[in-house]
Design a protein. Structure first.
Length: 121
């Protein structure tokens, strides 16, 4: 994985139920690190550093506000998101989720549902 790491690719595993039905506990995701000038847009799924010491989370960008990104899980009954902690600053967006690679490979992008927390590998 050394060469892919240099190009900004990582694997992340979903923890939690906040992104059901799009993502499930244990799903393995291919993510691409966010670099300046390549901001994710509404509908995309991202890995972000969540406020209040909550660690990294996988959430969907619902909208972009002056204060940052409004992130929500696809499952409104599970998890914590911007409905609780407000917008997330742009510098806290760490990666864009490109695809689920295991157990049900599928591309993820705008128009797909997804969330949960992530752990980088």
């Amino acid at each position: 994985m050394g060469a892919s790491r240099q190009r900004g690719w990582r694997l992340a595993r979903v923890r939690g139920r906040s992104m059901l039905p799009t993502l499930r506990e244990g799903d393995l995701l291919l993510v691409h690190l966010v670099h300046q000038g390549r901001s994710p847009g509404p509908g995309q799924v991202v890995v972000a550093l969540l406020p209040g010491g909550r660690g990294l989370g996988v959430k969907r960008v619902r909208r972009i506000e002056a204060q940052g990104y409004w992130l929500e899980g696809d499952n409104p009954h599970e998890g914590t998101d911007s409905r609780v902690f407000g917008p997330v600053p742009a510098q806290h967006i760490r990666a864009r989720v490109v695809a689920r690679v295991w157990p049900r490979p599928a591309p993820l992008g705008q128009g797909h549902s997804s969330a949960g927390t992530a752990r980088y590998r």
